[in-house]
Write a protein that binds this ligand. Structure first.
Ligand code: X2X
Length: 334
């Protein structure tokens, strides 16, 4: 009880000192994300703290909490908490937001995108802005888009070269849309928290999973517990750095501009390192003993055809106009 030993006078001057500091208004905010502390998500979060600290002379700081710790380990709950102001900042990916905002599933519709140029044409344009508006209606201010990436499939049973190879495999998935996609492919999907997946793969509770190479598979050492990887690029998953509207509205314009600038730069950095780590990733995974299969255009078409029913189901949930605005941006970029 050190406080008990402080005399009344000392306590009064301590309080006076703190009140004077009040004009400086130093504050530390909490940022939640749902991967481990080795991922590019985490590195993006740390970059944000660094940039925001530099822009505000250290007045505004961000403390990052990985593995969805702040939402009791529930990765889907983070968005809802940010929306009601129970969390300040979040970095999470589109699929995690779909229970709250089904429209966010548009990004990850199977085989919507074929390459990064198409991705950037949507996130950097009117389609991405439209999505920011939709998120704002849920009291989440999307400050900038970053990248989880194209999700690739891994498993321990056999190389996956065609839809039939997925038949009967127990697949861990992150969210509802991927359940429908895996069902369309004949697999047995199971929704599970990412933080529980490594152990589930290790113990054979599930045979496989799907995640991006640079952002997650490599930094979270999935190669230690999975033998086969197929680069089927079946679904793109963006991340975003968001802040609760409640917190955002509490800031003056100057502070908002500083937060926005730091967020844009941090997510540009996060996207860049994710693409770099993805580009050199397959070689690394082969060195680590994974058997990597890169499907041909015809083989990719077979996956596209098989997942079409799930595309249609989710396009209807997302809404035709929104899907069209994404498809228009994609065609214009070609
Ligand atoms: O849970 C996953 O698979 C992850 C980390 O990629 C997401 O947050 C969607």
């Amino acid at each position: 009880m050190r406080f008990a030993k402080l005399g009344a006078t000392a306590l009064t001057s301590l309080i006076a000192g703190l009140a004077m500091l009040g004009t400086v208004s130093a504050e530390t905010f909490r940022l939640s994300h749902n991967t481990g502390d080795t991922t590019t998500w985490h590195r993006g979060a740390e970059k944000f703290n660094e940039l925001l600290g530099a822009a505000t002379g250290g007045d505004l700081q961000v403390r990052t909490f990985p593995n969805a710790q702040l939402s009791g380990g529930d990765q889907m709950k983070q968005a809802e908490m940010v929306g009601r102001g129970a969390l300040d900042f979040v970095i999470t990916s589109a699929i995690n937001v779909t229970p709250l905002v089904p429209e966010m599933a548009v990004f990850s519709l199977p085989y919507l995108y074929a390459n990064y140029e198409q991705v950037d044409a949507t996130t950097d344009g009117a389609a991405g802005d439209k999505m920011k508006e939709i998120m704002l209606a849920h009291n989440i201010v999307v400050l900038a888009w970053g990248e989880n990436g194209f999700r690739e499939v891994t498993n321990n049973a056999r190389p996956i070269k065609a839809p039939a190879d997925l038949q009967g495999l127990k697949m861990r998935v992150a969210g509802p849309m991927y359940i429908d996609v895996m069902n369309a492919l004949g697999a047995n999907p199971q929704q599970m928290q990412w933080s529980e997946t490594f152990t589930a793969l290790q113990q054979g509770v599930v045979d496989g999973q799907e995640n991006p190479v640079g952002a997650v598979i490599i930094p979270q050492r999935v190669y230690e517990v999975q033998k086969y990887l197929t680069t089927w690029h079946y679904s793109y998953d963006p991340v975003f750095l968001g802040v609760s509207k409640k917190r955002w509205d509490s800031w003056d314009d100057e502070t908002k501009a500083k937060v926005q600038q730091a967020a844009s730069e941090a997510m540009a950095y996060q996207k860049e390192i994710t693409r770099e780590d993805t580009a050199k990733g397959l070689e690394y995974l082969r060195e680590k003993g994974m058997e990597v299969y890169e499907p041909s255009a015809e083989e990719l078409q077979a996956f596209r055809d098989s997942t079409k029913p799930a595309f249609d189901t989710w396009a209807a949930k997302v809404g035709d106009d929104l899907v069209k605005s994404f498809q228009d941006a994609i065609s214009a970029s070609n």
